[in-house]
Ligand binder design. Sequence first.
Ligand code: UD2
Ligand code: MN
Length: 493
Amino acid sequence: IPWRDFDEVGYIGATALRHGEDKYKRNKFNQQASDHLKCDRSIPDTRNSLQTWDVSRLPATSVIVTYHNEARSTLLRTVVSVLTKSPPSLIQDIILVDDFSDNAEDGQLLAKIEKVRVLRNNQREGLMRSRIKGADAATAPVLTFLDSHVECNKHWLEPLLERIADDRTAVVSPIIDVINMDNFEYVGASADLRGGFDWNLVFKWDYMTAEERRRRSSNPIVPIATPMIAGGLFSMDKSYFNQLGKYDTAMDVWGGENLEISFRVWQCGGRLEIIPCSRVGHVFRKQHPYTFPGGSGNVFTRNTRRAAEVWMDDYKEYYYAAVPSARMVPFGDIEDRLEIRRRNQCKPFSWYLENVYPELRVPGKEAVSFGSIKQGNGQCIDTLGHVLNGNVGLYECHDAGGNQEFSMNKEMQIRHQELCFTAGEGSREGSVVKLMHCDVNNILQKFEQNKSQLRLFKSMYCLDSSHEQETGIVLSKCNHSRTQQWRFTMGES
Ligand code: UD2
Ligand code: MN
């Protein structure tokens, strides 16, 4: 049936919140706010430049949406937005893969809508194996993956398909707009972002440099090459997806597959791009609403290790230095994934770093030490989220990199990303250590590793945590106390 004839009210009403029920409980977003919206609500056109296409030369796509216990209202809006925002001739089918949700009817009922097909797993498989199942069932030449809580915007599909028609090795994502998890407001995202990561291998958005933004402003429709994709929303030629080894079927539930496919596509000769004329909104949330068989930390680490072990060559050691606890999580057999790498004659990770992600600081080139800076058994230096001009303190070591990831280089600087430890009030007792822009000529940023002390160069002051509670890490006259003993996870001390 056409989607307009679908019983939207009955479908959503059947799983409405019960009186007094916590709106966030089931989905970790405000279900009530979502249930109250129409399935074809209008959203702002967030594109900042317009383009036209010759639809007749574009390939059709199968849209694949996997879900586990998704709210009915967001799932329906995902489907309806695909049907209303795409040229009908380009949508071959919409394949919903129900990853063993509690209620099979969530999907079965949607199968009545035009073009919608539903496949149901008879046990929980996780998003990777579910997407493969959808891809294998697809009949169109291009696969388009979406999360189950998105809204496609005007002309989102044409520019994605056009890019793939030009180059079958291009793997393309839209700009991902933000659907607010509290009130479901649709907000345009910045067009100046691309995907990246630190050595903890957790996805993050990187802001383009000023120079690059200037260069782009004269031609904003050019695809943005991205070192990593967020993972949920992208289109890819189906035969290329198969040729490059689909996904790693030994990964479970969630996480790591976006890192793996990003390394794989780039290293095996393809490209990852964000297409700025394509916009799709996504409900970003802070917690997983579903269970994680095996434990979320373990599963995520195992998946990430599989990606690192197959694709990163010796550079994986920086990951293990940033996340030492990862070594304890077994990652299983990776022989068939290594075979894919050999078969496609994929390039080494050093090539990826030099050509795709030169912005990622490689500690090896310049670092003497790297990782977290530990004191005693369990305390680590932590930026506590502070940025430029902020101080640093101590926090329980979490071995997950991030705010506890530092490197010491040959210039004797202790760096966190672009910032350097600086004796903020000069070379004197009690001078607070601050995060400031790195400058090789600044002698207040040079530290010597002397046994386990970190001594301000040519001074008698050492990094000391004894006043950590009041002012953070400070300089104090070097002595043998425990509060001046530091150890990097990797390197000299
Ligand atoms: C992001 C990606 C997501 C995926 C993930 C890393 C975006 C917008 N989202 O997380 O697609 O790449 O990073 O793995 O880029 N699901 C299942 N079975 C499961 C668990 C999840 O089918 O066992 C579904 C889930 O219903 C959803 C999709 O997989 O449709 C992604 O899960 P998410 O929305 O919780 O992940 P997200 O957006 O935090
Ligand atoms: Mn999602």
